[in-house]
Design a protein around this ligand. Structure first.
Ligand code: PMP
Length: 321
């Protein structure tokens, strides 16, 4: 069991190269030259917000495609607003910095970009206002974050999702990821692949780091943004793709736990998770227990689009080289 858990957690991204270029404190420096003091506010109190952005390597075109980068920086700006932090650059400037980092680091594989806006002051005391902010971006090579082909097995977590009135999920706050980590570890240690968390009032919210969609009776359903989800960028793309490409309606409404047991198809999606079909929840098979046809179709459409293969979705991506 221990070995299996270690293997699963190892697929996550890590800065594999201490020599890689990062953006720190307004400058481009080597990863090993960027240091954060041990008293940093964000480290102790979770007072930070971040983004996860992917870039996809297209082997045939020998091109790296950066996915929806401006939308991520726009969301980071809003997260900062909630947490009383200001992003010190325009979205256009952030895009330029990101492209520069990816080029310097010369990725010829799928890559991940992690911007972090954080309370950089080194002092004790819990508050948000009037404290200095820091900003950094690092990048790493990244493959699949969760299994995407065979389908995954999920459990409904015993941990409830943090509510907007306690720690807003839409702020993508670092401290909020303790909630995700509690749920994810519980799921992995119980032998599942991923956790699905419910809102405090018992409705389906999302995965530990993914939004959720289910299909039943000719309609795809996803929880509304008011059910304590992160307003996912992939979620928005998937909603449009299901409507435009599959011609199937998508409804945003609250979902009961037991709908997870009776739906025909179920999938999790996110920048990291991509499109990850779910084949089992709480020991109940989803549909016939195999990856559903719609889910396969959505996955195929998504991967063509993110690798810059679909002219209609070219505006999703920005070529890096
Ligand atoms: N929910 C949570 C809690 C997440 O961490 C993520 C990943 N950022 C998502 C949903 C999916 O969001 P996105 O599609 O913007 O990556």
């Amino acid at each position: 069991m221990t070995v299996e858990i270690e293997l699963k957690s190892r697929v996550a991204s890590r800065p594999e190269h201490p020599n890689s270029w990062v953006f720190y404190d307004g400058e481009v420096v080597r990863y090993h030259d960027a240091h954060i003091g041990i008293a940093t506010h964000a480290l102790h109190y979770g007072t930070a917000c971040f983004e996860g952005i992917r870039a996809y390597w297209n082997e045939t075109q020998e091109q790296l495609f950066l996915l929806h980068c401006p939308a991520h920086y726009d969301r980071l700006r809003n997260s900062g607003k909630i947490l009383r932090m200001e992003l010190p650059y325009s979205t256009a400037e952030l895009l330029d910095i990101t492209l520069d980092l990816l080029r310097r680091n010369d990725y010829r594989t799928d890559a991940y970009v992690r911007p972090l806006l954080y309370k950089s002051v080194e002092q004790i005391g819990v508050q948000l206002h009037g404290l200095a902010d820091g900003f950094l971006i690092y990048t790493a090579a990244m493959g699949n974050y969760v299994e995407i082909e065979a389908g995954i097995r999920c459990m409904v977590s015993s941990w409830r999702r943090i509510s907007d009135s306690a720690l807003p999920a839409r702020a993508k706050a670092s401290g909020g990821y303790v909630n995700s980590a509690l749920a994810k570890s519980e799921a992995l240690e119980a032998g599942f692949d991923e956790a699905i968390v419910l809102t405090a009032d018992g409705h389906v919210s999302e995965g530990s780091a993914e939004n959720l969609f289910l299909y039943k009776d000719g309609v795809w359903v996803t929880p509304p943004v008011t059910d304590d989800i992160l307003e996912g960028i992939t979620r928005r793309l998937v909603i449009n793709m299901i409507r435009d490409e599959l011609g199937v309606p998508v409804v945003e409404r609250s979902i009961d736990r037991t709908e997870l047991y009776t739906c025909e198809e179920l999938l999790l999606c996110g920048t990291g998770a991509q499109i990850s079909p779910v084949i089992e929840v709480d020991h109940r098979r989803v549909g016939n227990g195999e990856v559903g046809e719609f889910s396969q179709e959505i996955q195929a459409l998504y991967f063509d689009a993110v690798r810059g293969e679909t002219s209609k979705y070219r505006d999703w991506t920005i070529p890096v080289y």
